[in-house]
Structure formats: C-alpha cells, structure tokens
Design a protein around this ligand. Structure first.
Ligand SMILES: [Zn+2]
Length: 96
C-alpha cells in the first residue's frame, strides 16, 4: 500500500494545534452533518480537546470557530485565536 511508507498520517488538532494520529483524532464537522462528506474538509480534535468542547453547546462552538476566523485566516492565526477563545484567555469579545 502506498500509505505504508513514511510516517503515519497525522492531523492537526484545531483547538490546541498538536499533531495527532488521524486514527486517534476525533472528526469535527463544523457544519454539523457528518454524513454529507462532499466538498468538505473535516477538521480534527485530539481526545482531550474533544472532551473539553463537547461540554459546550454546539452553537457556541460554531460561533467560536467563526470568530476565530476559520477558513479566513492563516492556520496559525486561527489556531492561536481559537485557543485563546476556547480557553477563555481572551474573554471580552468586543474589546476592540
Ligand atoms: Zn487538542
């Protein structure tokens, strides 16, 4: 199989930015529909982060992702922003 050479496929946790094995990651579909996979790019969360966010209402997470600039900013900027928002280190949304 051509997938067997090199390192195993890794994905990046959208919350903490760490690389996790895809098999260990949890898919997160920001559209909330995991069955429609057409033209979609799934995002991934590591297990600890998945556990964290699953306590939040889904609507919040969606807003959080949008506010973080998902799909609009560079990955690095998005991850930074998301982490700040998700961990509450940047609580005041209307600060500037
Ligand atoms: Zn994570």
């Amino acid at each position: 199989m051509w997938g067997s050479r090199g390192r195993p496929s890794e994905v990046t946790c959208i919350a903490c930015g760490s690389a996790v094995d895809r098999a260990d990651a949890r898919e997160y579909d920001k559209h909330g529909d995991r069955f429609d996979r057409r033209d979609k790019e799934f995002e991934f969360l590591c297990k600890p982060c998945y556990r964290d966010i699953s306590h939040q209402p889904r609507g919040d997470l969606e807003a959080l992702l949008e506010e973080s600039g998902a799909g609009e900013t560079s990955r690095e900027a998005f991850l930074k922003r998301y982490t700040e928002l998700a961990t509450g280190s940047a609580r005041s949304e209307n600060e500037r």
